[in-house]
Write a protein of this length. Structure first.
Length: 261
């Protein structure tokens, strides 16, 4: 599906030469973010299509930026074409740069679980292949511990009838994808919606996160009213309210919705 979308992009931009090498400016962005803003921390997640994962994380207050790329593979600076063929062992991944005083790593984990099917051992939704497997890449022993605790809680919740296969792996490297993949949901909203609506992602999450005849209140911590509108259109259901972690500050808008199915 994504390769079809990419071919449409190329067909529609015949006069534009797209550099197939990883974008150097993007590659430097993560390091710049961390060196210029000591408050920021980094987390890395793989959840299938990085267009969707990046879009969902960037709508959370406290997230400074999310970058689409590749992690966990065997070669340096892979291109999208190389990874999409499945031979590099990389996963499509997203690096999330966030302010821990506004959103905690535990809350990022909670948001991540609500974006994926953690029982899928063949990819994610319409995208099949090892490059689309889900994983949490931990950057520290603390992140490893929190990720394991979060996964264990999800297992004990009995929400899924089959085992959770999302891997918890040590972070080794991350290579940003080409520039045309970054902020794809903003640059190409029509193509993004076409892909997302046909991927099966939101229909699955809608069924799984909100059982029939059950009322659940979700609190989505989002940046502004425009983001809230996009979340609603995509059937996005994010973070449960918790009494742990630092108080959420800044321009966060808490969207409360009681949903009866």
């Amino acid at each position: 599906m994504k390769l079809l979308i990419i071919s449409l992009i190329l067909a529609g931009t015949a006069l534009v030469v797209i550099n197939t090498q990883n974008n150097q400016a993007t590659a430097n962005t993560g390091l710049t973010l961390l060196t210029q803003n000591e408050q920021l921390a980094v987390a890395t997640f793989a959840g299938g299509c990085f267009w969707c994962v990046e879009a969902d994380f960037e709508k959370l207050a406290g997230v400074n930026q999310a970058i689409s790329g590749f992690s966990g593979g065997q070669i340096k600076n892979p291109t999208y074409k190389q990874v999409s063929l499945g031979g590099t062992q990389h996963l499509e991944a997203v690096q999330v740069f966030y302010d821990p005083t506004q959103i905690t790593y535990e809350q990022l984990l909670a948001a991540f679980w609500r974006q994926i099917n953690p029982t899928d051992n063949g990819g994610q939704f319409v995208d099949r292949g090892t490059q689309y497997l889900s994983a949490i890449f931990y950057h520290s022993p603390e992140q490893q511990k929190l990720a394991r605790q979060s996964l264990d809680r999800l297992n004990k919740s009995a929400r899924f009838q089959t085992p959770i296969v999302t891997a918890i792996r040590p972070f080794k490297d991350f290579y940003p994808a080409e520039e045309y993949h970054q902020n794809y949901y903003q640059k190409n909203p029509i193509r993004y919606r076409f892909y997302r609506d046909n991927s099966g992602r939101d229909s699955y999450l809608h069924r799984k996160m909100i059982p029939k005849n059950h009322s659940i209140t979700y609190i989505g911590i989002i940046k502004n009213r425009a983001s809230m509108s996009m979340l609603s259109a995509e059937n996005r259901y994010f973070l449960h309210a918790t009494n742990t972690g630092p108080a959420l500050a800044g321009p966060a808008l808490r969207a409360h919705s009681s949903l009866n199915m």
